[in-house]
Design a protein around this ligand. Structure first.
Ligand SMILES: Cc1cc2nc3c(=O)[nH]c(=O)nc-3n(C[C@H](O)[C@H](O)[C@H](O)COP(=O)(O)OP(=O)(O)OC[C@H]3O[C@@H](n4cnc5c(N)ncnc54)[C@H](O)[C@@H]3O)c2cc1C
Ligand SMILES: NC(=O)c1ccc[n+]([C@@H]2O[C@H](COP(=O)([O-])OP(=O)(O)OC[C@H]3O[C@@H](n4cnc5c(N)ncnc54)[C@H](O)[C@@H]3O)[C@@H](O)[C@H]2O)c1
Length: 459
């Protein structure tokens, strides 16, 4: 081991939050070392948000072309996956090369080290033969990796995770997707719209199980219209791979055994945190933990901060960036506001999109709140009806009756993620429901359906 290198801050893992924090801390005059063993920027730009949304944008353009038949005449759309594969390779990921991101980091004054970092005590980080001693401390932003569920035979097969799926150069003829959470649902629909025959197997009773049941129902109907076979409440008995094909033995919700046969298998069954080989025991933390407890300033221990997916507060890029901003304020001695999680938004980019913020109805009831809910069918709203095909959706609001403001909301629809914005503001700022009702909403927007959902609170 070479001599200690004394710096102010070491950022371990340069996901969206870590990259931002390292850059801004260096710009603020700190001596910063940023370490990543893979690509600077983390999962989001290379294997997550950006390439997946690019694929979804392309897939949805095909679906929209198919709607011309009922709306405007005739159109023929012939899927060509190579176009979006090239766009992901060339425009989004630079062929999975982070040279530009590394240069941006170094131009800001950060010393970048590529390698696997481990803690070696409070404020001390080792990367191979290098040892850094950080006077101010260490920020962890190590993120997650795809989890492999304990299914008989699975580990021995060449299954895809999100990483291989988003590097695909062609859409497979057939695909089995394991997991109906955000990753599974988004990619199942995108491939299906490129002509892939898709079966999705979900162990929970419904897809998008974190969302309101009504939202899961709307998306399940859209998937049926797309021709996706959804097996919810199903269990996978075993997986095998022979002669280039996967065979997945499933027991469906009714107890019937079936065998699914496909060219590809995508496992999107959750994530595991990158915490196991990080030296957490050297700072008094449990290396087998699934998430790190942080206080409102993102402090996780002595000379230690944590941001992003590993904090367990929502595995989203916006959460990683939000927490990085808070940790940066603490590190640079700036005032809060400090972390608050009562209005965390998320959007699943299926068609229709599913946006939600705060608590679901069940979570609010479980929290002991006296809850009123209001729901409206988007397709029956003026704009939903005008939209016609592809206009399915809903708005649901969850009110704390005693407090008189919303604690949660869901918006599903062609622009469900955008409609969410006003609902997120309402939950974040605890706007009184009476004030929301006074607001004039432009006609005929999708977001105008929020007023019908609010009116339904009385129903
Ligand atoms: C397919 C997919 C689609 C997604 N879509 C969205 C979306 O639309 N919107 C959204 O908000 N979120 C989305 N997400 C989630 C989003 O990608 C993550 O929440 C986001 O990347 C934030 O993660 P993070 O900051 O915790 O770190 P990550 O992005 O996971 O990065 C962690 C970094 O740490 C590095 N690292 C780990 N351990 C070490 C170590 N010991 N030493 C050195 N380096 C280490 C890794 O190499 C990696 O670069 C998606 C995820 C996936 C997989
Ligand atoms: N649009 C977005 O913001 C977006 C998109 C993709 C991912 N993400 C983030 O990434 C995280 C990980 O996504 P994910 O979809 O992998 O995880 P997830 O935890 O959301 O969903 C995994 C699903 O797999 C199911 N599952 C687990 N084991 C199974 C088995 N053996 N057989 C069948 N089903 C099984 C689970 O019941 C669950 O529904 C999400 O929590 C989300 O925060 C966000």
């Amino acid at each position: 081991m070479s001599d200690d290198q004394h710096v102010d801050l070491v950022v371990v893992g340069l996901g969206p939050g870590g990259e931002h924090l390292a850059t801004e801390a260096a710009r603020a005059g700190m001596r910063v070392v940023g370490v990543d063993e893979r690509l600077v920027g983390g999962e989001c730009p290379y294997y997550g948000c950006i390439p997946s949304k690019m694929m979804i944008r392309a897939a949805n353009s095909l679906a929209e072309a198919h709607r011309v038949g009922t709306l405007a005449g005739s159109a023929t759309a012939t899927p060509d996956f190579s176009l979006v594969a090239a766009r992901i390779r060339d425009e989004a990921t630079d062929d999975w090369d982070d040279a530009v991101a590394v240069k941006r980091l170094e131009d800001a004054g950060v010393t970048f080290v590529r390698g696997h970092a481990r803690l070696a005590g409070p404020g001390v980080v080792e990367v191979g033969e290098q040892r850094f001693v950080a006077g101010t401390g260490v920020v962890l932003n190590t993120g997650t990796a795809p989890a492999t569920p304990p299914v008989d035979g699975l580990a021995d097969t060449p299954f895809w995770t999100n990483r291989e799926a988003l590097r695909a150069t062609e859409a497979p003829a057939s695909l089995v997707v394991v997991g109906g959470g955000a990753i599974g649902a988004e990619l199942a629909q995108a491939f299906s719209r490129f002509g892939t025959r898709v079966s999705l197997v979900e162990v929970a009773p419904r897809i998008l199980a974190l969302e309101e049941p009504e939202a899961s129902d709307v998306v399940a109907r859209a998937f049926a219209d797309d021709g996706i076979q959804v097996l919810a409440g199903a269990s996978i008995r075993s997986v095998a791979h022979a002669d280039g094909r996967f065979s997945v033995a499933v027991t469906d919700a009714g107890g019937t055994d079936l065998d699914l046969d496909a060219d590809r298998l995508l496992v999107a069954a959750g994530r595991r945190p990158n915490l196991g080989d990080l030296g957490l025991e050297t700072v008094g933390l449990d290396p087998s933990t699934r998430s790190l407890d942080t206080d409102e300033r993102m402090r996780a221990g002595e000379k230690l901060w944590a941001v992003g997916d590993i904090t367990g507060q929502g595995a989203f890029t916006h959460m990683s960036m939000y927490q990085a901003g808070i940790a940066l304020r603490d590190l640079t001695g700036t005032d809060g506001p400090w972390a608050s999680y009562h209005a965390v938004p998320r959007v699943t980019y299926t068609d229709p999109e599913v946006g939600s913020v705060g608590m679901s109805e069940q979570q609010a009831r479980d929290a002991g709140l006296d809850v009123r809910t209001g729901t409206t069918d988007l397709a029956a709203s003026t704009r939903g009806w005008i939209h016609g095909p592809g206009g399915a959706g809903l708005v649901k609001v969850v009110e704390d009756r005693a407090a008189g403001h919303l604690v949660g909301a869901t918006s599903v629809g062609p622009t469900g993620g955008e409609v969410l914005s006003m609902l997120a503001t309402a939950v974040h700022a605890r706007v009184p429901t009476a004030v929301l009702r006074e607001q004039v909403l432009a006609y005929p927007t999708f977001h105008r359906a929020v007023s019908s959902a609010l009116a339904d609170l009385d129903g």
